[in-house]
Design a protein around this ligand. Structure first.
Ligand SMILES: Nc1ncnc2c1ncn2[C@@H]1O[C@H](COP(=O)(O)OP(=O)(O)OP(=O)(O)O)[C@@H](O)[C@H]1O
Ligand SMILES: [Mg+2]
Length: 331
């Protein structure tokens, strides 16, 4: 059963010169209990895609166009702000990209947790305090009762991230969690603990998870399916095994070849480290062509004319590229 079905949306910003699309013609869906990862380079539009699902961007400067943002039976594209306020935090919650600045520095952890608990559960302050302790235990915070009295600056980065996850899990009617780079600011050992925690919560509660990351290591740990974005476009989509074992789009192949383990192999063979030549284009300057065509070593004239149409590699695996048949596993 689909929890979220995003149908052909374009997300852009408005100014006095008009509408500038940043994410174009994006469609994807997530099934109940599934973990979908969106992966792509910095600036490719991952966060604005996540914000758009919850309609968190200022409607005065941004616009979401398209055929639908279906959350179950509801089309969030046409939902009003007060309807969205009912959904945010209650049915869909989000862990934001900057864990250090997402907690309010002037309130204790207990005050922040009980505030959200009373809002979503209707509990009294006393019940909410107990529920807060339960939630902190659930995310493996030691001495949860004491932690409730602490302020964010008294906690380590890993602990703050656990608190943020606890805050995101408050609602008993939570259906989907969006995690925007939840481990980017953490060192690798803490990163592994947080990923284990998300995996455990997902297995325990059947939570549907939309994971946003630029880190293929994170993708490999948690995902069922992976969607690769480049410069505002979806360029490849498949199961985790499809993407890791048979990357088909030249950008995905480049991304995998850039992994530290692959670089290590190259260095051991006295070859220079791999890098995708060139830079990501500015999303403002993007034409109708394949956005990767300027950096692609397999580019053909069609790539410069229009965005490639969908190519099915298997039932689960598709890519948007004109040159898939040549050198697929060759990156
Ligand atoms: N408020 C805004 N006004 C204008 N452009 C914006 C605004 N917010 C984001 N953008 C642009 O939208 C594009 C996508 O940004 P987004 O934050 O979604 O990237 P991202 O993939 O999440 O990158 P990162 O990995 O660095 O977090 C970028 O080109 C960015 O400059
Ligand atoms: Mg981002």
């Amino acid at each position: 059963m689909k929890v979220l079905d995003v149908k052909n949306i374009t997300i852009g910003f408005k100014d006095r010169f008009g509408f500038t699309p940043m994410v174009r013609d994006l469609s994807f869906s997530i099934d109940k209990g599934e973990v979908l990862s969106i992966v792509g380079e910095s600036g490719c539009g991952k966060s604005i895609t996540a914000y758009s699902i919850l309609k968190l961007m200022d409607p005065h400067i941004s616009e979401i166009r398209g055929d639908g943002l279906m959350f179950g039976e509801r089309n969030l594209l046409s939902a009003t702000e007060s309807e969205m306020q009912q959904i945010r935090g209650k049915n869909i919650s989000m862990i934001f990209q900057e864990p250090m600045s997402s907690l309010n520095p002037v309130f204790s952890i207990g005050a922040q947790l009980t505030d959200i608990c009373t809002l979503h559960t209707g509990d009294s302050k006393k019940q909410a305090w107990q529920y807060g302790i339960e939630l902190l235990k659930r995310v493996h915070i030691p001495s949860a009762g004491e932690c409730m009295h602490k302020y964010p600056h008294e906690l380590s980065g890993g602990m703050r991230q656990r608190v943020l996850i606890a805050l995101a899990l408050v609602s008993p009617s939570l259906e989907m969690l969006i995690a925007d780079e939840p481990t980017t600011a953490l060192d690798v050992t803490i990163q592994a603990q947080i990923l284990n925690l998300l995996d455990e919560l997902r297995k325990e509660t059947g939570l549907t998870l939309l994971m946003i990351t630029h880190d293929l290591g994170v993708v490999a740990t948690l995902s069922d399916r992976v969607m690769v974005m480049y410069a505002g476009r979806k360029v490849e989509e498949g199961s985790l095994a499809d993407i890791l074992n048979n990357p088909s789009h030249p950008y995905t192949q480049g991304l995998l070849s850039s992994l530290p383990i692959k670089q290590h192999e190259r260095l051991a063979e006295n070859r220079p480290m791999f890098a995708i030549p060139g830079n990501v284009p500015s999303l403002k300057a993007i034409s109708e062509a394949c956005p990767f065509s300027d950096r692609c070593d397999r580019v053909i004239s069609e790539c410069k004319q229009a965005f490639p149409s969908e190519a099915a590699i298997s039932d689960t695996h598709r890519a948007w590229c004109n040159v898939l048949d040549e050198g697929i596993k060759d990156a």
